[in-house]
Design a protein around this ligand. Structure first.
Ligand SMILES: [Zn+2]
Ligand SMILES: [Zn+2]
Length: 280
């Protein structure tokens, strides 16, 4: 068991619950915060700063403004506060035996250890798609989800740029999953890492996946940066988070998706002997 988890559980079991809760909340702010910081910083630093000129031809629509970045970081800080609060409650649920995060990797067998992450990711995708559709109903969009959509050209910092109510809805995915199934502690960490890495990448504003990826039989099943960018651009269609299948089953995938993906991944041109250019 990681030391922080051991300390957290020990804190929760001690008297003075609210003092303990604050302590655990701070531990969770640090634990969730560094993952968000590192992931957003790496994706943003690489794609928006270091490779900005080299990737200009892969810009989906436009670069986010500095005002966008400031707003996204401010809302992400408030989301981290909510996420840490939910995760502190989750740890209390673990201590109380309501849900199970187990330490022994083989505690529920090797098959479950290997299957549980894909199962959790697929169920999380379904949870996100339907809560996202709900957030697009006019009342909730105006009051809650509109915050995330203020980023027409999002940056990786928009990954957590949510109204606190939406932050609560999205942070509740893991506790809800755990009510249905036990997860190994390393699976929980892998779930959190997958979540933040793909989320920051999905808000990158430039398409970094290879040309043809979205038309590939397997690649086409995954949500790309272009897929989610079109959602930000129009606030209509492309509601999926990790996979495209819910949008395809429900007829909500944008018709221009593949065309826009192609446009964001133009063929590389290399000069030929006679000086003309040939597509690679
Ligand atoms: Zn988004
Ligand atoms: Zn939306």
């Amino acid at each position: 068991m990681p030391v922080w988890l051991h300390d957290t559980l020990a804190a929760l079991a001690s008297p003075g619950l609210w003092r303990s809760y604050r302590h655990v909340w701070w531990l969770n702010v640090v634990d969730d915060g560094w993952r968000y910081l590192v992931s957003a910083l790496v994706v943003w630093g690489l794609l928006h700063v270091l490779l900005r000129r080299r990737l200009a031809h892969r810009l989906i629509a436009g670069w986010p403004s500095n005002a966008d970045l400031r707003r996204e970081i401010a809302y992400s800080a408030s989301t981290l506060a909510v996420l840490a609060a939910v995760n502190s409650v989750l740890l209390a649920m673990v201590v109380g035996g309501v849900v199970e995060i187990y330490a022994d990797p083989l505690g529920h067998g090797l098959a479950w250890l290997l299957l549980s992450l894909p199962v959790a990711v697929v169920l999380h995708d379904a949870y996100f798609y339907w809560t996202h559709r709900l957030l697009h109903t006019p009342w909730l969009f105006r009051r809650v989800h509109g915050v995330h959509h203020r980023s027409r050209n999002p940056s990786p910092w928009a990954a957590f740029s949510f109204h606190p109510v939406e932050a609560l809805i999205q942070s509740s995915a893991l506790p809800i999953l755990l009510l249905a199934m036990p997860l190994n502690e390393y699976v929980v960490i892998a779930f959190a890492v997958h979540q933040i890495v793909r989320n920051t990448h999905g808000h990158a504003a430039v398409e970094s996946l290879p040309r043809g990826f979205a038309r590939h039989w397997l690649g086409g099943r995954f949500v790309t940066t272009t897929h989610h960018h079109l959602h930000h651009e129009t606030a209509q269609g492309n509601y999926g988070l990790w996979f495209t299948w819910w949008d395809r089953w429900c007829g909500t995938e944008r018709r221009d998706y593949l065309e826009r993906f192609d446009a964001a991944t133009p063929p590389r041109h290399r000069p030929t002997v006679d000086g003309a250019e040939a597509a690679a």
